[in-house]
Design a binder for this molecule. Structure first.
Ligand code: SAH
Length: 284
């Protein structure tokens, strides 16, 4: 390691985040877009490259799911632009976001496109890349911890465990129009793996549960719903697949929420570590 990177010009030792700033991270060049995953919520779960990007960008274009606690790590003077989608016309807005990224990059800015979780996991990162490629804008992808893995861990659910499941399916509970996705083979999904992790599934959960049961999934299969995962207000609810409709009729679920189907729910009784004083720490 370069010795100088651990000390200031006058030789004083650096430590903590000051030391990070002296590390040889990739240079964020003007005119580039970095598509960065901020992780599921808790600021402590962002990557070092995410931190570096926050420290060296000119403008941050961020989504609704990015915790404000993460935005406070930007350099003073960095512009912050909200690009969250609110119901309605997602595709039109998505195009607007890509156009805006291109515009900012062409103006010579270092553009940080910050997304919740991982940018390529149900995050429309691929669509934004397509636009950037077309416009010949250079870009970098920085993966993030996705809610469907990190969120589970904060509720004491291992996404895989040799005693319960050797495979996982990740799926989205709604398509571009907000409906249950028609191009998912629900019958195949129902019996393919012991564990199914569902993003954006709360709205259509009753329909999804019916489709899975019709596809052969057991009615008594465990459903775990993790709201605001990794945040101090994280809440975890439990039901059974065959009881979803009834459960939803008397429960107001906070969103964002990840829905987990399958026996990894049982590990929660043993592994639920995110309790009491631990969860009062806003960084994670
Ligand atoms: N790219 C993101 C997912 C975006 S889709 C990722 O990799 O995590 C948005 C969905 O992600 C939400 O509807 C919800 O299902 C899930 N999600 C994101 N953050 C979450 C959180 N903190 N707690 C629970 N679910 C979350």
């Amino acid at each position: 390691m370069d010795k100088q990177s651990n000390s200031t010009a006058d030789g004083a030792a650096l430590s903590g985040f000051a030391r990070l700033d002296a590390e040889p991270f990739p240079i964020f060049e003007p005119g580039w877009v970095w598509l960065v995953g901020a992780g599921p919520g808790a600021p402590g779960l962002m990557s070092l490259l995410c931190y570096h990007a926050l420290q060296s960008s000119d403008v941050v274009v961020y989504d609704a799911l990015v915790n404000p606690g993460i935005l406070k790590w930007v350099r003073p003077g960095t512009e912050l632009e909200y690009a969250g989608k609110r119901g309605g016309k997602p595709s039109a807005q998505q195009r607007d976001i890509s156009v805006r990224l291109i515009e900012l990059a062409q103006a010579g800015k270092r553009v940080l496109r910050l997304k919740g979780g991982d940018p390529f996991m149900f995050g429309r990162g691929g669509e934004e890349c397509q636009h950037l490629v077309k416009a010949k804008i250079p870009f970098r992808i920085v993966p993030g911890i996705t809610a469907g893995i990190g969120g589970l861990a904060y509720a004491g659910l291992p996404a895989t465990h040799r005693d319960t499941n050797h495979s996982v399916i990740f799926l989205t509970g709604h398509d571009a129009s907000g409906k249950m996705p028609a191009n998912v083979n629900w019958q195949a999904v129902a019996t393919a793996t012991p564990v199914i992790v569902m993003y954006m599934a709360v709205k259509n959960l009753d329909e999804i549960a019916e489709a899975l049961i019709a596809g052969g999934r057991a009615k008594d299969d465990a459903v775990t719903i993790i709201s605001n995962a990794t945040l101090p207000q994280q809440a975890v609810a439990h039901t059974r697949l065959g009881e979803v409709r009834e459960f939803l009729s008397h429960t107001e679920l906070a969103t964002p929420a990840i829905v987990v189907l399958g026996p990894i729910a049982d590990w929660r009784a043993v592994f639920d570590w995110y309790q009491g004083a631990l969860r009062e720490n806003p960084v994670g």
